[in-house]
Design a binder for this molecule. Structure first.
Ligand SMILES: [Zn+2]
Length: 67
């Protein structure tokens, strides 16, 4: 899934892309101030990412396919 993490120190936003299949937390180094950020992925986050991926593929499959 893909997550946008905002640094608490400097407010720098960075996109993180990594395979996450269940709720977990991991550390991330801010690319701007090099502070350590704790990222927590919840069940709700996973569900939102999954539904977003589904709607994206549904839209792609609908394009050009005969009704
Ligand atoms: Zn930062």
């Amino acid at each position: 899934m893909r997550a946008i993490v905002t640094c608490e120190c400097c407010g720098h936003r960075q996109a993180v892309e990594r395979p996450i299949r269940r709720p977990e937390s991991f550390h991330l180094i801010c690319h701007d101030c090099e502070g350590v950020l704790l990222v927590e992925v919840t069940v709700a986050d996973l569900r939102a990412a999954r539904s977003a991926a589904q709607s994206r593929s549904a839209r792609a499959g609908g394009v050009g396919s005969p009704a």
